[in-house]
Write a protein that binds this ligand. Structure first.
Ligand SMILES: NC(=O)c1ccc[n+]([C@@H]2O[C@H](COP(=O)([O-])OP(=O)(O)OC[C@H]3O[C@@H](n4cnc5c(N)ncnc54)[C@H](OP(=O)(O)O)[C@@H]3O)[C@@H](O)[C@H]2O)c1
Length: 255
């Protein structure tokens, strides 16, 4: 997949990993559209991305998604790359009966998994019209080995499974390629509570994505994700223990 001359939508492009992906695509001569819920933050981000369009939109809201898709169809008919990046995670004690685990898990599943399916369903007709197109799903190192954010990990595992299957289905029927970006711990606002300060800079994740797209590397396992994945292939149990231990260390370092 080429990484210049595309029209690229990035959900959650106003901060963190999504913003760095938007920045790199902008630098490489792509037309970029970013979304987010907080309008002030979104406009501030777009102001740093020459030529970018900012569209306020919550991936979890059907009305917002319908409005977004309508605008894309009307004004960005050459849209050919969609980066499903917006995500949600709760840090809570799963064993605490007052934690509200059901509602938190439901919201994670809604944002990280079901909302990706909805946006893809509505945008695939447009993507299929393009000579070359790509869907990128931002999952996580926890997509195949869960960590302490237990219900968040489950939502990313669901996204991973859907991504694998969609790739094969679309391979036979279209020119839409399906990529999965699997970052390890990354230093963003999102990961602050879980020791993210010791994580990778988000720019490195964006660079890994573009390098992966260029090579048609469909599963882009960034940094420590590759090591945990290799361990998982030889011993799923060791990988599980290693994941919990490393997150404990990261949190302790930052407390
Ligand atoms: N940071 C990590 O350690 C890490 C590791 C692996 C995977 N990931 C994944 O990487 C993705 C990006 O995370 P990040 O660390 O870059 O987070 P971040 O720094 O908190 O940025 C999240 C971005 O998404 C937007 N967003 C959040 N909810 C949204 C919604 N419902 N609709 C539209 N936009 C929304 C935010 O803007 P608004 O709040 O204004 O909407 C912001 O632009 C997520 O899918 C996350 O699961 C992160």
């Amino acid at each position: 997949m080429k990484t210049t001359g595309n029209t690229v939508l990035i959900t959650g492009g106003s901060a963190g990993i999504g913003f760095e992906i938007a920045r790199l695509f902008t630098e490489k001569g792509n037309r970029v559209i970013i979304t987010g819920r907080d309008e002030t933050r979104l406009r501030g981000a777009a102001a740093q991305l020459p030529g970018a369009t900012a569209l306020v939109s919550d991936v979890g809201s059907e009305a917002d998604v319908n409005a977004l898709v309508g605008r894309l169809q009307a004004d960005f008919g050459d849209l050919n790359v969609v980066v499903n990046n917006a995500g949600r995670a709760f840090v809570y004690d799963l064993t605490d009966p007052a934690a509200g685990a059901f509602n938190k898990a439901a919201e994670e599943m809604h944002t990280n998994y079901l909302s990706v399916i909805r946006l893809n369903e509505k945008l695939l007709p447009l993507l299929k019209q393009q000579p070359a197109a790509a869907l990128v799903h931002v999952s996580s190192i926890v997509a195949f080995v869960p960590g302490p954010l237990v219900t968040y990990a489950a939502s990313k595992a669901a996204l991973h499974s859907y991504t694998q299957a969609l790739r094969v289905v679309l391979e036979d029927t279209s020119a839409v390629k399906v990529f999965e970006l699997m970052p390890p711990l990354v230093d963003t606002g999102f990961s602050r509570e879980i020791g993210g300060a010791s994580g990778l800079p988000p720019r490195a994740v964006a660079e890994a994505l573009l390098a992966g797209l260029e090579k048609d590397q469909y599963e882009i396992r960034v940094g420590a994700t590759e090591q945990v994945y290799q361990l998982y292939r030889t011993s799923p149990e060791d990988a599980l223990r290693a994941m919990f231990a490393s997150r404990k260390r990261a949190k302790a370092q930052n407390d």
